[in-house]
Design a protein around this ligand. Structure first.
Ligand SMILES: [Zn+2]
Length: 304
């Protein structure tokens, strides 16, 4: 059986058979979760400090294959106070072995969103699956010249001389990640606006540095009229609720990542606000509950 119907020839953009966008409102803020596609990655990337048998059992419990599975890749578009803010930009065409990602521009277009309407980009960090979409041929020309790209100063600094000594990635990834980040810094240098700890991009849209996954990794908090939502970027993966202590292969500082993850999940469990994250199954809107020493992800009911 195959559940993969998005890659059928001839079914792209507005003609796709599966939904690729999901809209919600946080007070006065419009939020659109947009799928960039999926990344087919080894299951082992979920935890390189876990007993392989325990990891395999988790995958089996989740009805996921033991070797590799499709990780979601979500970006978010936010409108607040007259600004249109893209949070992360998907994979683009940076890694040819991941052909099921890189659909963000097409899917924004299918949603009626012109790239020239984007006033701000917020980057949770500079891994290629978060910045690659802005490096696709022709994209830069469609963006407005006064576009502002917000990221933590620590992130830009890190990629000048990145440390890969604590990651556990498939072959080819470190080189591709270095190359993409370098290219991004070169091409968009003049549009970057860095912040130290946090920055309010638009009314109720605050990006805050967490570190962990990368030194400048940041999350985005939305708050308006008593409603809240947090976009967690790569601080939490599918397995991170049940096993927040498991080290993801893409984390540059896994110990700090685990600490930051637990802190954020505790915060979200206390506020009961919705969470959206890059690599949680689309549209990824869920709430966090405490479950003993760990957490539970409770998917939100879709609202039609
Ligand atoms: Zn990522």
């Amino acid at each position: 059986m195959s559940l993969d119907i998005t890659s059928r020839p001839g079914r792209t953009g507005s003609d796709e058979l599966v939904p690729s966008r999901y809209a919600l409102r946080v007070g006065e803020i419009d939020v659109l979760v947009v799928s960039d596609g999926v990344l087919t990655l080894p299951g082992a990337m979920l935890a390189h400090n876990a007993d392989p048998a325990v990891r395999a059992a988790w995958l089996d419990d989740m009805f996921l294959p033991p070797d590799a599975f499709d990780w979601a890749l979500n970006a978010v578009l936010v409108r607040s106070g007259g600004r249109t803010i893209l949070i992360d930009a998907g994979m683009g065409a940076e890694f040819p072995d991941l052909p099921k990602a890189g659909r963000l521009a097409l899917r924004l277009e299918a949603a009626g969103i012109d790239l020239s309407s984007v006033t701000d980009v917020v980057l949770t960090h500079m891994h290629m699956d978060h910045v690659g979409g802005l490096l696709v041929d022709g994209v830069r020309d469609r963006l407005r010249p006064d576009l502002r790209i917000h990221l933590a100063a620590a992130e830009a600094k890190f990629w000048a001389s990145p440390d890969f000594s604590h990651v556990s990635m498939p072959p080819g990834f470190p080189d591709a990640l270095r190359r993409t980040a370098k290219r991004f810094l070169n091409e968009y240098h003049s549009q970057m606006r860095t912040f130290e700890t946090e920055y309010e991009v638009a009314p109720g849209v605050v990006v805050r540095r967490t570190g962990g996954h990368t030194p400048g990794h940041s999350v985005v908090h939305l708050a308006s009229g008593g409603d809240r939502l947090t976009f967690a970027g790569d601080l939490v993966f599918e397995v991170g609720f049940e096993h927040p202590e498991w080290y993801n292969g893409f984390e540059h500082d896994p110990e700090e990542s685990a600490r930051v993850r637990v802190r954020l999940l505790r915060e979200l469990a206390a506020t009961r606000e919705p969470l959206v994250a890059t690599h949680l199954s689309f549209p990824s809107v869920c709430r966090v509950a405490v479950a003993g020493d760990a957490f539970r992800c409770v998917p939100a009911f879709w609202d039609y």
